[in-house]
Design a protein around this ligand. Structure first.
Ligand code: NOJ
Length: 566
């Protein structure tokens, strides 16, 4: 399957320089939208993106060296998962110092250089703020565990057990086993929602709040444009620490299932995030939430309603539509779009199996990768790409327990294989280790790197990479894609999801065939005010491009995107 080649990669650079990104032009546009509402975000797992010193692990200088690649792709902001000093038990999500860089990834000087180079190219830096817990090697925790009267004792959650070898309550760690660990030195247990090496901070202590808020100020001064907030849901627990209700069955770690009722999504969390937002507003920064919600109502709460909370709570419900289903996506998109907040779409991340595997049918995976890009990059809202998604990178899951790096994969094997599969090195070319490193990288690349890599796809006008570039160039230049409202079309179609992005006298029409058979769709756009509109194809995988907008035949997994002008 082909798509209409609108421009060669070289021409992209010209297009992009003619139309600098909206954020570069002005802070707030005519519709009152701020920079992050038109920015394209891109998540980088620093250990796996670019390895400048051939250590087998990526680093900040590696990221800096790829700024041109990111710019040419159409990225405006990169979210870098934790690169702070850490024992790396959870690959950086166990922070031992919030105000430095882990030597694996470089130095503060390298960080400053990256910010500077980013500025030159209009690529902003977003850091990952691990707000719920620190490493057990953080100086705060080392002091906290040193004695019951230590200055930092109350910075974490310590309690007596219920009896000999009995933790304070029945709470499970989400990473397996009890959420409590006995510290023999003081005879008390401390609470950890994640690994035992990740003790939870006590957010009820104002000193914790102050220290953590100051961390964000420190980075804003260094040029950071915002934070992705890790595990916000579990910042608070009920004060009396009562047991969670037990549910039938056992989980993948062999623990009794339970409702996570008294240690997640407490109202106090929203108060703390609202205050954190006030700090962010001092620096015009954006807060992105790792917000796992059950439904849109819960998601809405993170936007804050009448008070300002997170600008960008991620909609993970979108990532859980785990089948190519036009009705399911239509329902999900409509819900978020009407939520009153600015939608935030992503297909995958470092904790979620790659979209290429989740949606691929094994036969048309590249077409489906373009289809999914055609969906989430044309919606009203801000997209967050996951590195390598633009290449059609696939999961490379370990096949033997002894190869697993992610501790939950070793603990939960074989039911839980861990997250190594979606964290493999970026595929730069078809040389050994996908050109990531001259030595064996920390995780192996999948065999498909031979075809799915930047160098090969750069040359192929029909590649997934060039499809992403076309789409992102459109997002940066087309007013309807940037500003337009979302108008669902043909809402009873079981196979093809279609919609308009309507803005003033212009609209962009998007039609995506989510099935493996051809379908012809008819559009009557008179009710939307575009009955007699002139249409121009912007991007399509259909060959030839449809002649008439009124009736479009979509090949299996076909994408059709057209501009309508009155
Ligand atoms: C969510 C992060 O995305 C994940 O990778 C990490 O293991 C947990 N939070 C704990 O920090």
């Amino acid at each position: 399957m082909k798509f209409r080649n609108l421009a060669t990669p070289a021409l992209f650079t010209v297009i992009l320089s003619l139309f600098p990104s909206v954020q570069a032009q002005k802070k707030i546009d005519a519709e009152g939208h701020q920079w992050w509402q038109h920015a394209v975000f891109y998540e980088i797992y620093p250990r796996s993106f670019a390895d400048s010193d051939n250590s087998g692990m990526g680093d900040l200088n590696g990221i800096t060296s790829k700024m041109d690649y990111l710019k040419q792709l159409g990225v405006d902001a990169i979210w870098i998962t934790p690169c702070f000093p850490s024992p790396q038990v959870d690959f950086g999500y166990d922070v031992s110092d919030y105000e430095d860089i882990d030597p694996t990834y470089g130095t503060l000087k390298d960080f400053d250089h990256m910010v500077e180079e980013g500025k030159k190219k209009d690529v902003r830096i977003i850091l990952d703020f691990v707000i719920n817990h620190t490493s057990d090697q953080h100086k705060w925790f080392l002091d906290s565990k040193s004695s019951k009267t230590a200055g930092h004792r109350d910075w974490y959650i310590w309690r007596d057990g219920k009896g000999a070898n009995q933790p304070p309550n029945n709470w499970n760690s989400t990473f397996g086993g009890s959420a409590w660990k006995l510290d023999p030195a003081t005879g008390q247990y401390y609470y950890h929602y994640f690994y035992a090496e990740q003790p939870d901070l006590n957010w009820r202590n104002p000193a914790v709040e102050k220290a953590m808020f100051d961390v964000t100020r420190w980075w804003y001064k260094r040029g950071v444009s915002g934070f992705r907030l890790d595990a916000v849901d579990t910042m608070f627990e009920v004060e009396d620490l009562r047991d969670n209700p037990t549910l039938p069955g056992i989980n993948k770690f062999g623990d009794p299932n339970q409702e996570v009722k008294y240690n997640a999504k407490l109202p106090e969390m929203h108060d703390a995030l609202t205050k954190l937002r006030t700090v962010a507003d001092e620096s015009d920064a954006v807060l992105i939430g790792e917000t796992w919600t059950k439904n849109i109502e819960e998601l809405k709460e993170y936007y804050g309603g009448h008070r300002k909370e997170l600008q960008m709570p991620m909609d993970f419900l979108f990532t859980q539509v785990n089948q190519l289903s036009a009705p399911e996506f239509r329902r999900q998109i409509a819900g978020v779009d009407k939520s009153g907040g600015w939608p935030v779409y992503l297909l995958s991340n470092h904790d979620i199996v790659r979209a290429y595997n989740r949606y691929g049918d094994g036969q048309h995976n590249d077409d489906i990768a373009k289809l999914m890009a055609g969906l989430f990059l044309t919606l009203r809202g801000t997209p967050i790409l996951y590195y390598g998604e633009e290449l059609g990178m696939e999961n490379n899951d370990p096949t033997r327990r002894e190869d697993v790096k992610d501790p939950i994969g070793r603990l939960g094997w074989p039911k839980e294989k861990g997250r190594d599969g979606e964290r493999t090195p970026m595929q730069w070319n078809d040389s050994a280790n996908a050109g990531f490193s001259t030595v064996a990288p920390w995780l192996p690349v999948p065999a498909s790197y031979k075809t799915h890599n930047v160098a090969a796809e750069d040359k192929d006008p029909d590649s997934i990479l060039n499809f992403y570039r076309h789409l992102l160039a459109l997002r940066h230049t087309d007013a309807a894609l940037a500003e337009g409202e979302y108008v669902a079309l043909n809402e009873n179609d079981p196979n093809v999801i279609s919609y308009l992005r309507r803005y003033k006298n212009e609209a962009v029409l998007v039609a995506l065939n989510m099935s493996n058979t051809e379908h012809t769709v008819k559009f009557d756009l008179a009710p939307q005010g575009f009955g007699k509109a002139k249409s121009t194809t912007l991007l399509t995988t259909l060959k030839p491009a449809p002649a008439r907008i009124e009736e479009v035949s979509l090949a299996p997994f076909g994408v059709y995107i057209a501009r309508l002008s009155k």
